[in-house]
Design a binder for this molecule. Structure first.
Ligand SMILES: [Zn+2]
Length: 180
C-alpha cells in the first residue's frame, strides 16, 4: 500500500530516485486560476495527471532528476464568437529536468528542449500542472458551429405566446392597476 504524496510539497528528488510513478485526479477547485477561466455556472470538474520520475545522466555523467508530466482536463470556456459556454479539452505532456539552483535552471533552460527547473524541498507540483494547463489554453475558444438556433427558438416561443393572447387593453389595465 502506498500513501499519496503531498502534491504541494512534492519531493522531486526522492520520487525520481525511486523511478516512482503517480496517476491521480484533483478537483478543479485546487486550481484557482484555471477555475477562474471557466463560465460561472460550469459543472464541477477535475484535472487528471500522470507523473513519472527518472534519473538520467547529464553530459558530465552526473545523474539528474527528471519528471515526465502529462495532464488533461475539460473546461467550460467563453466562446469568443457567441459568448456562450464552449467545452474545450485542455492537455499537455512535457519533460522537466531539475537542477541545483534557479540560476542554473535559467541558464540551461534556454538551450534545452526540456523545461529546466530548480530543485527545491517543497516543490508545488499542482502549481506546475496549473501553469502548463494555462499555457495550453486556446487563445480564442470558439464553437465549431455556434448554437445560435437555440436562442432563435426561444425568441420564437415568446412571440407565439404573445400572439395567443391578443388583448393589449387587458395588459394595459394591469399596468395601471397598482399591485398590493
Ligand atoms: Zn459560440
Amino acid at each position: 500500500m502506498s500513501t499519496k504524496p503531498n502534491l504541494r510539497k512534492f519531493t522531486v528528488l526522492a520520487f525520481s530516485r525511486t523511478q516512482a510513478s503517480l496517476e491521480t485526479a484533483e478537483p478543479l477547485t485546487q486550481f484557482e486560476r484555471l477555475e477562474g477561466m471557466q463560465q460561472d455556472d460550469a459543472a464541477p470538474t477535475e484535472v487528471r495527471f500522470q507523473v513519472q520520475g527518472a534519473m538520467r545522466p547529464n553530459s558530465a555523467g552526473v545523474a539528474e532528476p527528471w519528471l515526465h508530466l502529462a495532464a488533461q482536463t475539460r473546461l467550460n470556456l467563453v466562446c469568443q464568437r457567441c459568448l456562450g459556454p464552449v467545452e474545450e479539452a485542455i492537455s499537455f505532456e512535457r519533460d522537466f529536468r531539475f537542477v541545483a539552483s534557479e540560476e542554473q535552471a535559467e541558464r540551461e533552460d534556454e538551450n534545452s528542449e526540456e523545461d529546466v527547473l530548480a530543485l527545491s524541498a517543497d516543490f508545488d507540483l499542482l502549481e506546475l500542472v496549473e501553469d502548463e494547463l494555462l499555457m495550453a489554453l486556446p487563445a480564442s475558444p470558439k464553437h465549431a458551429v455556434c448554437p445560435q438556433s437555440v436562442k432563435l427558438q426561444v425568441a420564437d416561443a415568446d412571440y407565439v405566446e404573445a400572439d395567443e393572447k391578443p388583448n393589449p387593453f387587458a395588459a394595459l389595465a394591469a399596468l395601471k392597476t397598482p399591485k398590493g
